[in-house]
Ligand binder design. Structure first.
Ligand SMILES: Nc1ncnc2c1ncn2[C@@H]1O[C@H](COP(=O)(O)OP(=O)(O)OP(=O)(O)O)[C@@H](O)[C@H]1O
Length: 819
């Protein structure tokens, strides 16, 4: 906080502080929410509980939770807070408790598995949890288990299982999900789905960051930002585009070491300085292959430090170095622009467009762009560095937060078990239920004694955490015993959390559940069926013999596979033959020779040409306004171009003043109108300071009007809108006012602008009055000759009465000439 930063947990703590100090805040919330339901209560941390209790304690609160689904222990949530609920919220110790022990979701066999897994937790639970019962009329559902030799077999079996369920005919396709502990290495499973054409979607940032094009993009961004991001540069160097061989990679690494012992002028540093440098940097920081690439890019031809590189290697490395240098000079760009630029310069957009086997095509790059936009929306000043740090955090956080996406029938959603909290699917697969993964061993058995951990005594949930009796131990032996049992308790607590994780995963299935595992992936020792599978086997839920005792192979058979990956990778992979053949065909083709499509092409080209020609001619709108009539008559070409490419018009004050004045006149004559609008000036309306000036101008106009010849007359009509059929159009006439004077009608148009400059100008304006006359005559059923018309230019207090108005036939003649 001293550095001006707060975290989410600080916000809760601060909110609690406010509620404690300012009773009014608590009272306000209490009176607003008289009945409160807290869901997923087992995930509430101590400080959240305190805040909620402060706000709503003392009555009207109900908590719903399942201690067996508490999987946020690592962030201070504890299943035992359910047991303390009554006390925490100031009620009697024994708040009434209701058991929800019917599972309305899971079918019989899934439920049996869930109950088996959770039995040891129920036995040790601080509050009684009843065994889940089947819902009335529930079917058995399906519990399937496969255990393969290698992860490739496992992934294939999982994909086949989904394939079969999604293909089943009849009714809507089912919903499906694959729930993993982590999405880090999920590619082997998604590839198996992709190979079989089974639609899938990896939810969250984690999945996106696994997309190969996105991996390249992020690698480039890291290289641009951080000279120690060597491993990311290595990905680019050895990838399909640059294909730098082992010898040149090694030479680059040596060049980096050589440079790290030299100053900017490549003079060797003194021994003493080198020692100090070595002592002050961690292993990866001293020599940077990114710096080495920069050096190589600009080093003069034949520089001694380049002698170990191959000629082709230097050429490619320099090309990459120049590309990176150019991009680096643009890192100050707006983040979205920078990301788009990197995509283009690295040819990633071309790669995904051309590669028909790219798993999700452009969607990965597009998703990433959205992610950047989200980040920029939250932190407009954030640059590349903060974006990259945020990305790491977002990946970690997202994988652990419950997802909010809807299930998509017919698509396998791939997400973490944490993300699956509260959700459900027809078919659920939980892969990697092997020893060391689910359940996994704790990263450390030492709890808070491990590096970087906060001592438990400082934590709000310390009462629920393993206790190390270091204060009370009098002898070394006593401490040792205490320490051993403390480590045991840490291990047990972790194991219980793993069990709850498995329970959450298993209980997501509405119909079918597949649990899977395999011995070999990328580890030296085989991983057998995990504890949870063994327990299900012992309970008779997995048929004996389904789980193999030992792998067939004693060594990792996948090692062979790994050893034979071609390197550097071929740029086009399996596409090579087809792409080269296509390229050759294009090269050999004679563009002039006829093809089966020639006729179509000619027709399409002609169609396009015609469309372009026709675009010059503009269809006039059916409804035109009387005030624009003169524009059609006098300059039809300009109107047409305005219609073809409409430009927004600058709002100008005179127009708004005109609107206000017209409303005022209308209201003044007591004929409705926007009175509130005028009265409310200017404070209540959404007007800026200019409007103060406007209101003064308005007052001037109003005073002038009050002196005019119409001030004391009663109008026959005000603000009259008449739609006049005219030729094949409709002319919209908005007549300001009509008076009856001496047996004749008079149409008046109030103008707040300037009076016409000359006779020509006036002649043009007259079209409007002539049309008004025609319209009013038709509307009232009187002869046009019995109607006069006038302009009143209020600002100048000038009345203009045209001597003669165009007749109907004159108007028609001019219109047809112009259009
Ligand atoms: N009384 C009921 N009758 C029929 N179906 C029900 C009933 N109650 C709940 N369901 C259905 O059972 C499923 C699970 O319900 P819900 O999501 O409320 O459970 P939950 O206890 O919140 O589960 P979890 O905490 O494990 O996610 C849902 O599909 C829901 O529609």
């Amino acid at each position: 906080m001293r550095r001006g930063l707060i975290e989410f947990s600080d916000q809760i703590a601060l909110a609690l502080e406010i509620c404690r100090r300012v009773p009014g805040v608590t009272d306000a919330y209490k009176s607003r929410f008289r009945v409160v339901l807290l869901d997923e209560y087992q995930d509430t941390s101590v400080v959240q509980t305190r805040l909620l209790a402060q706000l709503f304690g003392g009555g009207g609160v109900m908590a719903v939770g399942d201690p067996h689904q508490s999987i946020y222990g690592w962030r201070g949530a504890s299943a035992s807070n359910l047991a303390r609920f009554g006390r925490d919220f100031g009620g009697a110790d024994g708040a009434p408790t209701f058991a929800l022990s019917t599972s309305w979701r899971n079918p019989g066999r899934v439920l049996d598995a869930a109950n088996t897994l959770v039995a040891p937790l129920s036995a040790a639970s601080p509050i009684p949890v009843e065994r889940l019962e089947r819902r009335p009329g529930s079917g058995d559902g399906e519990l399937a288990v496969v255990f393969g030799e290698t992860v490739l077999e496992e992934a294939a079996a999982v994909a086949d299982w989904f394939g079969e369920r999604l293909r089943r005919r009849g009714g809507a396709p089912p919903t499906a999900a694959m729930l993993c502990r982590s999405l880090k290495k999920v590619a082997v499973f998604t590839r198996a789905l992709a190979d079989r054409g089974i639609p899938f979607r990896v939810l969250g940032v984690g999945g996106l960051l696994e997309d190969p094009a996105v991996v390249d993009l992020v690698a480039t961004l890291r290289v641009l930002h951080d000279p120690t991001a060597g491993p990311y540069l290595l990905r680019l160097l050895t990838g399909a585009r640059w294909r730098i061989g082992v010898r040149d990679v090694k030479a680059l690494r040596e060049l980096a070491s050589w440079l790290s012992a030299r100053d900017a002028g490549q003079q060797q540093l003194a021994e003493e300085v080198r020692d100090l440098l070595r002592a002050s940097t961690v292993a990866d920081e001293g020599a940077s292959i990114i710096d080495a690439l920069d050096f190589l890019t600009t080093a003069p031809e034949g520089h001694g430090a380049l002698r170990d590189f191959s000629e082709e290697g230097v050429r490619r490395l320099r090309a990459l170095g120049r590309e990176l240098a150019a991009l680096r000079s643009r890192v100050g760009l707006d983040l979205l622009d920078l990301v788009a630029l990197v995509q283009q310069e690295m040819l990633l957009d071309v790669e995904v467009a051309a590669n028909e086997s790219a798993p999700i095509g452009r969607a990965g790059l597009d998703g990433f762009t959205e992610l950047v936009a989200d980040f920029v929306a939250g932190d407009a000043s954030g640059g590349l560095g903060s974006f990259l740090s945020w990305l790491e955090l977002a990946e970690e956080r997202e994988n652990l937060s419950p997802r909010t996406e809807e299930a998509e029938p017919g698509t396998v959603q791939v997400l973490t078990i944490h993300g699956a909290k509260g959700l459900e699917w027809d078919a659920v697969a939980v892969p990697r239920m092997v020893d060391g993964e689910l359940p996994a061993p704790p990263r450390s058995k030492q709890g808070w004694l491990a590096f970087g951990e906060l001592p438990y005594e400082f934590r709000g949930d310390s009462a629920d955490l393993p206790h190390l009796p270091w204060r009370s131990a009098d002898t070394g032996k006593q401490f040792d015993e205490g320490y051993t049992s403390y480590c045991g308790a840490v291990t047990d607590a972790f194991a219980a959390e793993q069990r709850r994780l498995a329970y959450v995963a298993v209980t997501r299935a509405k119909d079918a559940l597949l649990l899977s595992g395999s011995f070999w992936w990328n580890q030296r020792k085989p991983r057998g069926p995990g504890l949870f599978l063994r327990e299900l086997e012992a309970a008779g839920l997995i048929e004996a013999g389904t789980l193999p005792e030992a792998p067939i192979s004693e060594e990792n058979p996948l090692d062979d596979l790994v050893a034979h990956v071609p390197w550097p990778s071929a740029p086009l992979g399996t596409r090579e033959e087809r792409v080269l053949a296509a390229a050759a065909a294009v090269g050999d083709a004679n563009p002039a020779s006829p093809t089966p499509w020639s006729e179509h092409i000619d027709l399409l080209v002609e169609e396009r040409a015609r469309r372009l020609r026709e675009a010059e001619l503009v269809e006039l709108p059916v409804r035109i306004s009387a005030s624009a009539f003169k524009d059609y008559i006098t300059d039809a070409a300009r109107v047409a171009s305005g219609l073809r490419r409409p430009m927004p018009q600058r709002p100008f004050r005179q127009t708004r003043l005109g609107t206000l004045f017209h409303s005022w006149v209308e209201q003044r004559y007591g004929m409705g109108g926007l009175d509130e609008l005028v009265d409310a000036l200017p404070a209540d309306r959404d007007l800026d300071l200019d409007d103060l000036v406007e209101s003064e101008e308005l007052e001037v106009l109003q005073r002038t009007f009050e002196q005019s010849e119409w001030a004391d007359l009663r109008p026959d009509a005000v603000e009259l809108e008449i739609h006049l059929p005219f030729e094949d159009r409709i002319v919209v006439c908005k007549i300001d006012a009509v008076f009856e004077r001496d047996g004749r009608f008079e149409i008046v148009d109030w103008k707040t602008g300037k009076a016409p400059k000359d006779a020509d100008d006036l002649a043009q304006k007259q079209y409007q009055l002539a049309l008004y006359r025609l319209a009013f005559a038709a509307w009232r059923g009187v002869a046009p000759e019995s109607i006069d018309a006038a302009f009143y230019f209020v600002q100048e207090d000038r009345v203009i009465r045209p001597e003669r108005l165009y007749s109907e036939s004159e108007l028609r003649e001019r219109w047809s000439k112009a259009t």
